[in-house]
Design a protein. Structure first.
Ligand code: NAD
Ligand code: DAU
Length: 352
């Protein structure tokens, strides 16, 4: 058991986490990936189908709030590195239920930090606690770009909880000497994203000829990055990043929401052989998200120059791949929106 290097990845059954786990399991035969996920509505073992029986992958169903479980994982496996993605991730949900975001994103992160600290105490060499954060901690920016020096200014309960967890990660580095890295990424898109987020929600509604709810005037701007490019950035930063550093990750790919929705409409019309303009007729302007951040824009020059990562996937190519994936994975969409995947979990992991 001790021949392999144990890397604990949290949130590995979610959208980004499943891409990171797949990349690490396939690329690093010398690692054992311990994938800890409590399988909330957003976590789904179907996201990991290709690697479910892979010898490098061990799935552990559990909560990052469960300190006894965390301590037992660190005790059973000599964990060398943590890549922490588990979180409540949807801004709209955070506005309705901030407490849950504070529990998972803040307290859960503190418990994971404590477990790493108590296991690594006195032997920090070669260890790394890598925290996956978001550009939303910087707030909203009218002109220019967020750099790693931009002051933290979270504006939604989600980003407040992520900013707080970032501060705790840095505090554990400062107060206890824990080796830590933080990266802050812009909006991800691609296969396996839960259809509450803009791009998969719009695709799903277009396919089903349902209204396409555009918040406010649709003029808010986001910087979009293909999820596999984010997973590659996480790989590069985990292996080459310096302890104590923060790295911004972005796609240099800003879109107004309404322009993006219109582009998706034209891709779907072509793919479904609908008359041009059919999907766009479904666009419906709805009440704005409270406190809706106007623009996020990342300056990723540090990760490009110091780590050697850069985005590889063109937006039209990434969107085409994403739309094609959702069209050919309608069953996945049905499962995640109906709770069906919980039955899959029981079948695959409990009753066998
Ligand atoms: P997601 O909601 O798709 O997945 C989150 C995963 O965490 C799920 O599998 C869920 O079951 C698990 N989880 C939630 N609470 C847990 C708990 N208490 N214990 C164990 N597991 C738990 O999220 P995502 O979009 O893949 O985001 C992953 C991370 O990346 C988050 O930390 C998020 O803040 C960050 N991030 C996301 C984006 C984006 O565009 N999606 C961009 C930048 C940063
Ligand atoms: O910037 C990184 C962040 O991106 C991540 O940290 C978050 O986890 C992730 O959810 C995402 O946050 P956003 O709020 O930017 O993503 P969302 O997909 O919810 O919304 C994108 C934009 O589209 C935003 O301006 C709100 C708008 N929107 C969203 C939905 C769901 C709509 O107009 N209509 C919608 O139905």
């Amino acid at each position: 058991m001790n021949d392999k290097k144990n890397i604990l990845i949290t949130g590995g059954a979610g959208f980004i986490g499943s891409h990171v786990v797949r990349l690490f399991v396939e690329k690093y035969p010398q690692y054992r990936i311990l994938n800890l996920d409590s399988l909330t509505y957003a976590g789904n073992l179907e996201n990991l189908r290709e690697i479910e029986n892979h010898p490098n992958h061990k799935f552990i169903k559990g909560d990052i709030l469960d300190i006894e479980l965390l301590n037992s994982i660190f005790k059973e496996y000599p964990v060398q590195g943590v890549i922490h993605l588990a979180a409540e991730s949807h801004v709209d949900r955070s506005i309705h239920n901030p407490d849950e975001f504070a529990m998972t994103n803040i307290i859960g992160t503190i418990r994971l930090l404590k477990a790493a600290h108590s296991a690594w105490h006195g032997q920090m060499n070669g260890k790394m606690f890598y925290h996956i954060s978001t550009d939303e901690v910087y707030g909203s920016i009218a002109d220019g770009y967020f750099t790693e020096q931009t002051p933290i200014d979270p504006r939604s309960p989600y980003s407040a909880s992520k900013a707080s967890s970032d501060h705790f990660v840095q505090a554990f580095g400062n107060s206890y000497g824990l080796p830590t890295i933080i990266s802050r990424c812009s909006n991800n898109y691609g296969p396996y994203q839960f259809p509450e987020k803009l791009i998969p929600l719009m695709i799903n509604n277009m396919v089903n000829s349902k209204p396409l709810p555009v918040y406010g005037k649709g003029e808010n701007i986001r910087d979009w990055l293909y999820v596999e490019d984010h997973a590659k950035a996480i790989d590069a930063i985990f292996h080459k990043g310096k302890s104590g550093e923060v790295y911004n990750i972005g796609g240099n790919n800003e879109w107004k929401n309404i322009d993006l929705v219109k582009l998706l409409c034209s891709i779907i019309d072509k793919k479904l052989e609908r008359a041009d303009g059919t999907s766009a007729k479904l666009i419906t302007y709805v009440k704005d998200r409270p406190g809706h951040d106007m623009r996020y824009a990342i300056d990723a020059s540090k990760v490009i120059s110091e780590i050697g990562w850069r985005p590889e996937t063109d937006f039209p190519e990434g969107l085409e791949k994403t739309v094609a994936w959702y069209l050919s994975n309608q069953q996945w969409l049905q499962h995640v929106t109906s709770g069906e995947y919980l039955k899959y979990y029981d079948k695959m992991y409990v009753n066998r």
